[in-house]
Design a binder for this molecule. Structure first.
Ligand SMILES: Cc1cc2nc3c(=O)[nH]c(=O)nc-3n(C[C@H](O)[C@H](O)[C@H](O)COP(=O)(O)O)c2cc1C
Length: 178
């Protein structure tokens, strides 16, 4: 069961800087890629930004479809996260390869990933060339999260994946209240 998350608060799903799986689709092609470079940008309207290398298949699909989803994996999906960050969707169907289940989104055509703990559905409102990447600005049109792991904020049990760069990662698990 997943609970609705107000889109103004959707940034809280990714606030800790977790690694996300970006899904995108155009015509008969759907794809998933691992992404660490994401950021909340605005509460009203709710905007998030992602930096995608211009050569990635994902950049092509997002440019053509003008939408994408951020799917938030827990530590249990670490192998899939690594796989989807190594192989290009131009050559392989990564949903099949990684054993991820496409699920229907509410506001966009691109699929969500059923195994993920949270989802932000976004429509592209801007695209900037930033060096060798495109920086896509997305308006969050819908968001949802697993009720066992998220209510106003992520619980420790969610164990989100954080990329320190290169081969280094950590999983979140301890929370401080201030
Ligand atoms: C942990 C991790 C984080 C990554 N973060 C990004 C990122 O922020 N931006 C990016 O363009 N590529 C990033 N990548 C690389 C892409 O996921 C990878 O090149 C992928 O194969 C591109 O897939 P595509 O061609 O199917 O779009 C990351 C890879 C890993 C393993």
């Amino acid at each position: 069961m997943k609970i609705e998350v107000p889109v103004e608060e959707a940034y809280r799903l990714i606030n800790p800087g977790c690694v996300v799986l970006v899904t995108s689709a155009y015509r008969d092609r759907a794809n998933v890629m691992t992404l660490a470079w994401q950021s909340p940008l605005s509460r009203r309207p709710p905007l998030v930004g992602i930096s995608v290398a211009q050569t990635h298949f994902t950049a092509e699909l997002i440019t053509a479809s003008e939408e994408f989803a951020l799917n938030i994996p827990g530590a249990g999906l670490f192998k899939q996260v690594q796989r989807c960050g190594k192989v290009s969707g131009r050559e392989k169907d990564k949903f099949k390869e990684a054993g991820l289940t496409p699920a229907g989104a509410k506001k966009i055509r691109a699929p969500l990933i059923a195994e993920c703990l949270g989802h932000l559905e976004c429509g592209v409102v801007d695209r900037h060339k930033t060096g060798d990447h495109f920086f896509f600005v997305g308006e969050v049109l819908a968001a949802s999260a697993e009720s066992d792991f998220f209510s106003e904020r992520w619980y420790e049990a969610a164990e989100l994946i954080h990329h320190l760069g290169g081969k280094w990662f950590y999983f979140s698990g301890r929370r401080e209240e201030t």
